[in-house]
Design a protein around this ligand. Structure first.
Ligand SMILES: Nc1nc2c(c(=O)[nH]1)N[C@H]1C(S)=C(S)[C@@H](COP(=O)(O)O)O[C@H]1N2
Ligand SMILES: [Mo]
Length: 198
């Protein structure tokens, strides 16, 4: 099973690889369904629900501060990739540009193509989360979620919505696409929160 596609972590990386995961060679693509084709010119991003509604186009969104990020990436299908290099916009900087109602406790991430995934506000607001538009110094490719995706390093990567185009702020938890289809509502890799159990 190991060999061609997976490597065993060396001892230094061992504690960074969650239980039940192998290191992937390369950066696999994992998409349910067709890959949406969205140019930077067409891309729009909105917030709605328990927030002052707001909409950005690409150049509006690019006015937010840019940062470089290095993050580990863990797919629930048991591959992990360490030290992925991204360029993007911190969620904490993005939050300064919107006015969220104090009643909001959860978010639904919405994407071109219809994919959704849910996240609790406290998981979304973490300092290490970001919107990404470059991967290893290149514009984020279509297959990896270009022009823009979310990256939430501390949860399984199905929470890192590709082709993201909106956030819906909620005062209760709703389940996204994979969460309705048996995946865990939160998905913390070091706790192996893979499946929902219902
Ligand atoms: N819109 C959308 N986002 C998505 C997915 C998807 O199918 N559609 N797959 C998720 C899953 S299961 C994983 S593991 C990662 C994979 O990201 P990658 O293809 O860049 O490796 O994207 C996540 N984000
Ligand atoms: Mo995944």
């Amino acid at each position: 099973m190991l060999g061609k596609f997976f490597q065993k972590p060396n001892s230094e990386d061992n504690n960074r690889v969650p239980p039940g995961q192998h290191l992937a060679k390369g950066f696999p693509v994992l998409t349910y369904g067709a890959t949406p084709k969205v140019s930077r010119e067409e891309w729009e991003f909105s917030v709605w629900g328990l927030v002052k509604p707001k909409k950005w186009n690409w150049s509006d969104f690019m006015e937010l501060p840019h940062n470089e990020f290095t993050a580990d990436f863990h797919c629930v299908t048991r591959w992990s990739k360490l030290d992925v290099k991204w360029t993007g916009i911190k969620v904490t900087d993005f939050m300064k540009a919107i006015e969220v109602d104090s009643k909001a406790t959860h978010i639904m991430e919405h994407c071109y193509g219809g994919y959704t995934t849910n996240i609790a506000m406290e998981d979304f607001l973490r300092e290490e989360n970001f919107f990404a538009f470059q991967l290893f110094g290149e514009p984020l490719s279509e297959e990896h979620g270009g022009p823009m995706r979310l990256v939430v390093p501390h949860l399984y990567a199905w929470k890192s919505a590709k082709w993201i185009n909106g956030l819906e702020f909620l005062d209760h938890e709703e389940l996204g696409f994979w969460e309705r289809n048996g995946y865990h509502r939160r998905g913390e890799p070091f706790k192996e929160e893979r499946f929902s159990g219902f």
